[in-house]
Design a protein around this ligand. Structure first.
Ligand SMILES: NC(=O)c1ccc[n+]([C@@H]2O[C@H](COP(=O)([O-])OP(=O)(O)OC[C@H]3O[C@@H](n4cnc5c(N)ncnc54)[C@H](OP(=O)(O)O)[C@@H]3O)[C@@H](O)[C@H]2O)c1
Length: 432
């Protein structure tokens, strides 16, 4: 789809580049220039935010860390504030794709989406907040379609591995995939694991606001997706998984809701068979489960109370047992960390009716990659942006508000991610 956004002063603008995540998104964009696709034509890009000093500092640090002195002179700087709509409009008019790293999105995201839609710029976020993501769909899908812009939410670790992982599993099966369960595992090295408190804040406010998500879904009035094939069994909140040989819990992030929205889109718009999906996190032994349950209970309780929220936001390190902090992880912690998401799917071979009898195909696939929040997330977001720029003919025919799978199911995003370090592999396939 040819859009107004093509041919603007900057092909990519990283908004919130001075943030903990934003700085790594900047480095990931700079890394694009080493690849064949951008080496020749280059890339016109800019960083945006409310402090010139901080933005220039981010470029200086990236230039030094990456030994790319040209970053100090070749990258534009745009001053804008999410609370100042004219400044956002000016930024959007200069951009083909805005990579928005300003969160929590429930507080800061909508003005950017609105400005992008009104000024014809494509938009990507790294939100893991279903209420924001689905709220933007409710409010801006029609307008974005009218304007021919793509508003693509959750293009970070939430929820590209899960969403594209289900599509990869489906595409790897010779037959009809009808159901998938995924199990997420994190690995850390001797220096442990930690995240910046920007993500902690998004989680605290997300739990606090769960009631509004229910109301929003009533307004969205999603139609029930047909269940094709054997119904996926519901597991308890904690169970021992024979698949991964560990205790597992229902994964509380945005993955399940994002994947289901993708499946709805692909079914309703492209008449594809919807895949049933559940997302779990593999925890380990019983001791880890008990610790997690106790921590989760207090986190939930405190998030629901205004004074509890204040405490959680003020003392992230204390309440998260050191897992979240204002300083974020060290480079060593990030270098040592990784994730894997394993997908167990079942389906029906070609020619067999999925509505009759038991599934006769099984498949196991895996998406794996480096540290989730500040290495894999920037890779996923930047590769999504590159896909919008380089594969316009493979994107949906109309603009709108999309999940990653809905926007990118016909593109080469999986190949791009694979090359950039987030790997998709088939572990096994067999007749059931
Ligand atoms: N999906 C994932 O897996 C994933 C991974 C990592 C992060 N995230 C999400 O990304 C978001 C950012 O996290 P973070 O840890 O990077 O947070 P952060 O370090 O606090 O960064 C926030 C950024 O937003 C900017 N900002 C704040 N208010 C602004 C305003 N009024 N106008 C313009 N810019 C403004 C800040 O600019 P200043 O420097 O001027 O203050 C900063 O650049 C969070 O929502 C987090 O949940 C998601």
């Amino acid at each position: 789809m040819a859009t107004e956004a093509a041919g603007r002063q900057y092909q990519m603008v990283v908004l919130g580049a001075s943030g903990f995540t934003g700085q790594y998104v900047v480095e990931e964009v700079a890394r694009l220039l080493d690849g064949e696709e951008f080496k020749g034509p280059g890339l016109r890009w800019a960083v945006a935010g409310r402090s010139r000093e901080k933005l220039e500092d981010v470029l200086r640090r990236a230039a030094d860390r990456m030994a790319k002195p040209q970053l100090k002179s070749d990258v534009g700087v745009i001053i804008c504030d999410v609370n100042d709509p004219p400044s956002l409009a000016e930024m959007c008019k200069k951009a083909s794709v805005v990579l928005d790293c300003v969160g929590p999105y429930r507080f800061f995201g909508e003005p950017v989406v609105k400005a992008c839609v009104e000024n014809g710029a494509h938009f990507l976020d790294i939100s893991g907040e279903p209420q924001f993501l689905e709220g933007m769909y409710l409010k801006y899908d029609s307008l974005a379609a009218e304007k021919g812009v793509y508003i693509v939410g959750s293009t970070g670790f939430d929820s590209i591995p899960a969403d594209m992982g289900v599509l990869f599993t489906r595409n790897s099966l010779k037959g009809t995939l009808t159901a998938v369960e995924s199990f997420l595992s994190f690995k850390s090295g001797p220096s442990g694991i930690s995240l910046h408190d920007g993500t902690w804040q998004s989680a605290v406010y997300g739990v606090a606001d769960q009631g509004n998500l229910k109301n929003l879904r009533k307004q969205l009035a999603y139609k029930r997706l047909p269940v094709i094939g054997r119904k996926l069994k519901r597991r308890g909140p904690v169970f021992y998984s024979n698949e991964v040989k560990k205790y597992a819990v229902l994964f509380p992030g945005s993955d399940a809701s994002v994947v289901r929205r993708t499946q709805r889109y692909l079914h309703e718009h492209l008449q594809e068979t919807p895949v049933q999906y559940s997302a779990y996190a593999a925890i380990g032994g019983l001791g880890s489960v008990i610790t997690l349950m106790i921590a989760g209970f207090f986190f939930f309780l405190f998030s629901k109370l205004s004074c509890g929220r204040k405490l959680l936001i003020k003392y992230p390190k204390f309440f998260s047992f050191g897992y979240f902090s204002a300083e974020g992880p060290t480079q060593k912690q990030m270098d040592e960390a990784s994730f894997s998401m394993t997908f167990f799917g079942e389906g029906y071979s070609e020619g067999q009716d999925p509505q009759q009898g038991k599934p006769n195909l099984k498949i196991c696939t895996q998406v794996s990659g480096p540290e989730v929040a500040y290495v894999s997330t920037p890779i996923a977001m930047v590769q999504a942006a590159a896909t919008i720029l380089k594969e316009p003919e493979s994107l949906p025919k109309r603009g709108g508000v999309f999940t990653p799978g809905a926007a990118f199911s016909k593109t080469k995003l999986i190949e791009r991610l694979d090359k950039a370090g987030i790997n998709f592999t088939v572990i096994s396939k067999s007749d059931a």
